[in-house]
Design a protein around this ligand. Sequence first.
Ligand code: HEM
Length: 505
Amino acid sequence: MDLLLLEKTLLSLFLTAVVAITISKLRGKRFKLPPGPIPVPVFGNWLQVGDDLNHRNLSDLAKKFGDIFLLRMGQRNLVVVSSPELAKEVLHTQGVEFGSRTRNVVFDIFTGKGQDMVFTVYGEHWRKMRRIMTVPFFTNKVVQQHRSGWEEEAACVVEDVKNNPEASKTGMVIRRRLQLMMYNNMYRIMFHRRFESLDDPLFLKLRTLNGERSRLAQSFEYNYGDFIPILRPFLRGYLKICKEVKETRLQLFKDYFIGDRKNFGSTKATDNEGLKSAMDHIVDAQKKGEINEDNVLYIVENINVAAIETTLWSIEWGLAELVNHPEVQKKVQQELDTVLGPGVQVTEPDLQKLPYLQAVVKEVLRLRMAIPLLVPHMNLNEAKLGGYDIPAESKVLVNAWWLANNPSHWKNPEEFRPERFLEEESKVEANGNDFRFLPFGVGRRSCPGIILALPILGITLGRLAQNFELCPPPGQSKIDTSEKGGQFSLHILKHSTIVLKERSF
Ligand code: HEM
């Protein structure tokens, strides 16, 4: 009797195994997934690879698993692409298939489930938002309308530094002042508004709320609830804070900037009289019924996160590299003194005559890419990539930093050497004309803000270099360039003190 039971059990086990193997073989044939570490149930590869999937860790994994690999982060599929050819496939050839964005519980809160432009899926809504935002923000006309404003703001920074006796001795954390400058550059475009000083209460409120929004969205703290849906209830406290920050922030935009814009005299910039602000254009689109009030708010939200800190991080990295590479700094100063004349302040139209300064900007964007994995892409439907099957709704990261720092493609990539963009890489531009160098991405979801970011970077770094010797603080030979990354951002870990000594001509 017992023997019969044993026989039956063995037989059924055998049959189950046969069925399981057959199914997995069939699936395997149908579904050829990219290589990657072997996942364990529930957690996938999460415990093996950890939370901090930054550009450097992902480059190491690419060396092990290849130019395309798959990580299972709990329930989520993460595909990482690390070659120019595959980047071209994702961003250009199959730009529609991979043109959506992943969101998660936190981004859903901050973007109202994709009512914005940056984090929405590829489709009608995105197309409309991008079209509506183009005229007010992303054309050469906007640059021409606002470039003197950016020059004024940079001149104010130079003045403030000159008036700060500490700056030339013990030094100052110039980032703080540059942050105010970036807010002014963007708020002048959006609303024709500027903030007088670092103590302006409205500026302080905005800075805090934007800072909180970025911290909450870029943190790894909420990964567990994102990767393993049954753990989501434990995120309740975190999500409550996100909702509060989101609501207070959008209310602030509404009360002080979007509502009745006639009442905001105190901080109104005096220039551009008669010319429309970006918000005038956006509200026109709302009046025509093209977008709703929430969309207007999310446009302001997007510009606050996409434009200000990214450009500021790049300026901050640029200054750090100039401090740590005095020979580069000297060459920038020589170029400015020779081309413009000693002490003649650089303006936007001058930038085209300053190839070395432009090469410095590119080299900063290459080595210290602010968004090193681009903003994550996503395929709404099952897709093919590099001969593999990509499950629908995979998060697709293009490791743009590795494309621009892979020694197989670049000579001594770890060196900060702007000359490369005048010598062996002289044809490479920041606009994506070469798939090894994509600091702003390329294709449909590429950064439309490049048209503003490049001149702002050139003017700001140029003005600071032509007016000051930039040095490390006393007793230090270099400033610390350790990196701090988030879900997809990269900035300098410590906001260093820099000594700025006025140059004499
Ligand atoms: C140095 C400064 C900047 C860098 C490095 C940067 C980089 C990027 C990158 C890598 C992307 C994603 C590309 C992709 O996913 O394929 C992006 C998207 C975007 N950026 Fe920038 N950006 C900068 C400045 C700006 C500025 C000044 C603005 C606006 C005034 C802006 C607005 C946007 C928007 C709206 C998107 C989303 C585009 C879309 O999803 O269709 N960025 N940026």
